[in-house]
Design a protein around this ligand. Sequence first.
Ligand code: ADP
Length: 232
Amino acid sequence: MDLIRIKDVKKQYKNGVTAICDLNLAIKKGDFAFIIGGSGSGKSTLIKMLYREEKPTCGEIIVGGVNVAKLRNKKVYKIRRKLGIVFQDYRLLPKLNVYENVAFALEVLGAKKDEIRVKVLKAIELVGLKAKVHNYPDQLSGGEQQRVAIARAIVNEPKLLICDEPTGNLDPERSMEIVKILDDINQTCGTTIIMATHDRDIVNKMKKRVLVLKDGRLVKDYEKGTYRNEDI
Ligand code: ADP
């Protein structure tokens, strides 16, 4: 079953730049897909349209049965609740510790304290940070901060986890740890994962689906792909 279906999508920004053009794409439930492409090829625009940070100029973007392109602004929160999002720059709250950063996502949804505790500890364990639940973000390495961001993104058990250059600020070893965690989440929880990346080592090692964007167009779609220079 398709979790995401993108049909004839075009995105033109107000300044006239066409960031995405003629995009058609389906992503199955449980897939793990990399989005690669040079700078300015449209990766971020595509990712932002999935969580309705940007709206396509035309076309359909169906995520979990909902056309997010048509969704009213007032209802965007409904789709966001079903997604987890991880950014390059972690975006943790500096005055909250690891536990509180992850719990915050559930508290705003009005979950009960006991339920929050069980879910938060499970998510923190999944990313291997149990020993650091009381640490604050400035007491963690970049890789650890990104693991907290992943725990926060998955704590509500989303069907889809969207990652925009999650390893962009990390060294190769930490980057690999992060992607292994994402792979583990994909395999054990069945979470569909979409990850935009520049990291050729990761793409080559993981052998996942690879979607290649060039000048806003999907030019290649490999089932178990690698990062080929000639595609970029
Ligand atoms: P990537 O993530 O692959 O680097 P982007 O999606 O950020 O690509 O950008 C695709 C194109 O859209 C680029 O030409 C970029 O300059 C342009 N672009 C991105 N965001 C905006 C914006 N908010 N307004 C105008 N143009 C934008």
